[in-house]
Design a protein around this ligand. Structure first.
Ligand code: ATP
Length: 320
C-alpha cells in the first residue's frame, strides 16, 4: 500500500493529535504517502484532503483536540454520501484509511470496508470508554483526570460548607467515566445508567457517613442517568444537608493528553499503519490485558459493552 488516508470523527478526545502524529510518522517511515482528511467524513464529501509531511505533525503530541478537526456527517449515512466518499479516496489514489473515533465512526469505517472494499483500520478515540473490545479508549484517561481535578476542588468547598456535591460527568450511556472518577476521587456514591438507583438508599448513605464524622459528600452521576440539577433537586427533597449541582461538561473533552493516552496513541497509530502496510484492512486496534490487539471491525462494533460490577462494589465498600 503506497497511499493512506487518515481522519478523526465523532466527539473529539485528548490524544487524537498524538495518534495523528503516530499514523503520519509510521506511514512516512514505511515510505507511504499520508493524506489527512479534515472534519471527519465531511472532508470526503467536500474534498478537503491535505498531504501530511513529517513537519505537519510537529509539536502536537501534547495538544488536546484534533488538528484535523472533527464533525458529525449525516451524508455519510446515505448511499450517495458513501459513494462520494469512495470517489474522493479514488481521486487521491488513497488505498487504505485510518479512522480515529467512536462506535459511530467505526460504523462508517465498516460500511467503507464491507460495501466498497476500502481497507480501513479503526482507532478507538472517545472519552466515553464505551467500546467493549478494548479495555481503554483514547482520551478516557485524560478525561477522568480532568474530572478528578475538578472533584478535588469541589471537595474543598463542600467540606468547608458541609454540603453534598452532585457532579455530572459525560459518557453517554456508559458509566465508566463516573465509575473511575468516583473511585479515584473518593466519592461516596456513583450513579450510572447500568444500575438502577434508589434515592432513599442514597439519603441513608449520606446520613450514615455524616454520623461517622464526614463533613461533605460527593455523588458522581453519569449524564446518561439525568442532569446534575435535576438529580440535586430530587435529592434535596429527602435531606436537610445542602445539595449543590455541578456539570463538568465539555472541559472533559479538552486538555493535554495524559501519559497513558499518549502511549495508547503511539501504539494504536503505529499498529494501524503496520496492518495497512501488510495489506490488512477492516480491523480495529485496541488494548486488552496491557497488550495491543486487533480484531475484525464489524465484530468490534457489535460487542455489547459490559459494566465492571466488581469495581462498583469496591467503591461501595471503601467509600464511606
Ligand atoms: P463519540 O463516541 O465520541 O460520539 P462517534 O464516532 O460514536 O464518537 P458519531 O456521531 O456516532 O460519533 O459518529 C460519527 C460519524 O460517523 C457520523 O457523523 C457519521 O458521519 C458516521 N457514521 C455513524 N454511523 C454510521 C453508519 N451507520 N454508517 C455510516 N456512517 C456512520
Amino acid at each position: 500500500m503506497k497511499r493512506i488516508g487518515l481522519l478523526t470523527s465523532g466527539g473529539d478526545a485528548p490524544g487524537m493529535n498524538a495518534a495523528i502524529r503516530a499514523v503520519v510518522r509510521s506511514g512516512l517511515y514505511y515510505g507511504m504517502e499520508v493524506f489527512g482528511i479534515e472534519r471527519g467524513y465531511t472532508g470526503l464529501m467536500e474534498d478537503s484532503v491535505i498531504p501530511m509531511e513529517m513537519r505537519s505533525v510537529s509539536n502536537i503530541v501534547q495538544c488536546g483536540g484534533t488538528r484535523l478537526r472533527t464533525a458529525r456527517c449525516m451524508e455519510m449515512l446515505t448511499v450517495e454520501g458513501q459513494k462520494k466518499a469512495v470517489d474522493t479516496l479514488d481521486k487521491y489514489g488513497i488505498e487504505g484509511l485510518v479512522v480515529i473515533g467512536g462506535d459511530g465512526s467505526f460504523r462508517g469505517a465498516k460500511v467503507l470496508s464491507e460495501q466498497y472494499g476500502v481497507p480501513t483500520i479503526g482507532i478507538p478515540g472517545t472519552i466515553d470508554n464505551d467500546l467493549e473490545y478494548t479495555d481503554y479508549t483514547l482520551g478516557f484517561d485524560t478525561a477522568v483526570n480532568t474530572c478528578l481535578d475538578i472533584i478535588n476542588k469541589l471537595r474543598d468547598t463542600m467540606t468547608s460548607h458541609e454540603r453534598v456535591s452532585v457532579v455530572e460527568v459525560m459518557g453517554r450511556r456508559c458509566g465508566d467515566i463516573a465509575l473511575y472518577s468516583g473511585i479515584a476521587s473518593g466519592a461516596e456514591i456513583i450513579v450510572v445508567p447500568e444500575i438502577a438507583f434508589d434515592m432513599n438508599d442514597i439519603v441513608s448513605r449520606i446520613n450514615r457517613s455524616r454520623a461517622h464524622g464526614k463533613h461533605s459528600n460527593i455523588i458522581v452521576i453519569a449524564e446518561g442517568v439525568m442532569g446534575a440539577e435535576q438529580f440535586a433537586k430530587q435529592l434535596q427533597q429527602g435531606t436537610e444537608h445542602a445539595v449543590r449541582p455541578t456539570c463538568i461538561g465539555h472541559v472533559q473533552r479538552g486538555g493535554s493528553p495524559s501519559m497513558a493516552d499518549r502511549m495508547l496513541a503511539a501504539q494504536f497509530g503505529n499498529k494501524a499503519v503496520r496492518l495497512l502496510k501488510d495489506g490488512i484492512g477492516n480491523r480495529a486496534v485496541g488494548i486488552r490485558n496491557n497488550k495491543i490487539i486487533e480484531m475484525d471491525i464489524i465484530e468490534a462494533v457489535s460487542m455489547k459493552k459490559t459494566f465492571n460490577y466488581e469495581l462498583y462494589e469496591t467503591l461501595q465498600m471503601i467509600s464511606m
